[in-house]
Design a protein. Structure first.
Length: 367
């Protein structure tokens, strides 16, 4: 059977080239003629053509109106978008890699929801291949870091929040804050953005009100946030696998003006950021890491100059959790020179790690 992407794209092409409205019957006749030459789909009937045209209308590719020559029929014309609905083989390979990468970092549910598109991409590659190839063995993505298994997300919760973002609608969300003893808090909030990171999905939101069970309220002045609310009237980041329910909101919430998920105000909750502005970072590198960062720079503005047996790297970056993890992962090949706060953090963390191993070795020796 001919893949419906090809059928619908051909219908779209017919209308684009005609530059005028055509009846359902004329479109069906042209499609049947094309199918007879390009596929074995000889049983294609008028009902299928109508469904394809209706799908194109819902997607914004075509519009219909009453046929002036046949009051019981419809005529169709191309509108809006002009890009093709089909994929070239190279783009199909890129899309397949994107699907694999998404799954690797916790977007399994998203790729399952797009199974028809994924199957279509695989068919495009197979049609182009000159031999029978298992593309699962020919395309892959990955990272040197260990990827944790994702938290379990309720697909209904995710879909409701996605639609709320599209509709700019407030929601009532039940949530299990970290370090709260398993109690459920209720937030009246405005969903603002979704962040897919580190095998989890995070919701950036503006919380107008929060309701705690009696006796479970946070102590006034206590530290808030880090995957729970920062308090009423503030933005925060929530982990979707800690959401217990999602319902229509009971308050009118305007939310922050000019919201941008890439801004420091949003990112400081989604990702631990220790500085509001980029800082000058100075590192001393071993030759081994110099080779790596020559090919994969740490920042667009990085500069490296020879320094005795090593290299000095200078660039401007935010001091983030990600940067600190990178420095720790390559601690044997990097010395942090500036800023002093970052240098002190790395040194103290390494001392703590060495102390932990020394303590355990001493316990083993005593035994």
């Amino acid at each position: 059977m001919t893949n419906f992407f090809y059928r619908r794209d051909y219908l779209r092409q017919i209308l684009k080239q005609a530059n005028t409205a055509l009846s359902t019957a004329k479109l069906h006749k042209a499609l049947r003629s094309w199918l007879e030459k390009n596929s074995d789909d000889t049983r294609h009937d008028l009902k299928v053509t109508r469904r394809d045209l209706q799908a194109l209308e819902q997607a914004g590719y075509v519009a219909c109106e009453e046929d002036p020559d046949d009051k019981r029929g419809l005529i169709w014309r191309a509108v809006g978008r002009s890009h093709a609905m089909t994929l070239p083989p190279a783009d199909a390979m890129t899309l397949t890699a994107i699907f694999q990468h998404a799954e690797r970092f916790g977007l399994q549910s998203g790729t399952e929801a797009l199974v028809n598109l994924r199957s279509y991409a695989e068919q495009v590659m197979q049609d182009r291949a000159r031999c029978n190839i298992d593309f699962a063995k020919r395309i892959t993505t990955g990272t040197r870091f260990t990827v944790l298994l994702p938290g379990k997300v309720d697909e209904d919760h995710l879909q409701k929040l996605q639609l709320a973002i599209l509709d700019n609608a407030p929601m009532e969300v039940g949530y299990l804050p970290r370090d709260a003893g398993g109690v459920e808090c209720t937030y009246q909030l405005k969903p603002l953005a979704l962040s897919h990171q580190d095998s989890n999905i995070y919701l950036s939101a503006y919380v107008l009100e929060e309701a705690w069970p009696p006796g479970a309220e946070p102590t006034p002045g206590s530290k808030r946030g880090k995957y729970s609310s920062n308090g009423p009237g503030t933005m925060c980041a929530l982990m979707l696998h800690r959401v217990t329910r999602v319902e229509p909101g009971k308050r009118v919430i305007d939310g922050p003006d000019d919201y941008d998920v890439h801004s420091y105000a949003a990112q400081k909750d989604l990702m631990t950021i220790h500085t509001a502005q980029p800082e000058t970072i100075k590192l001393r590198l071993s030759p081994n890491l110099h080779n790596r960062l020559s090919e994969n720079p740490l920042a667009h503005d990085q500069q490296m100059v020879a320094d005795g047996e090593g290299w000095l790297l200078t660039c401007r970056l935010h001091d983030t959790q990600g940067l600190r993890l990178f420095l720790m992962a390559n601690a044997a090949d990097i010395e942090v020179l500036e800023p002093s706060v970052l240098r002190d953090h790395i040194r103290e963390t390494l001392h703590a790690a060495v102390g932990l191993y020394a303590k355990n070795e001493a316990v083993k020796t005593a035994r």
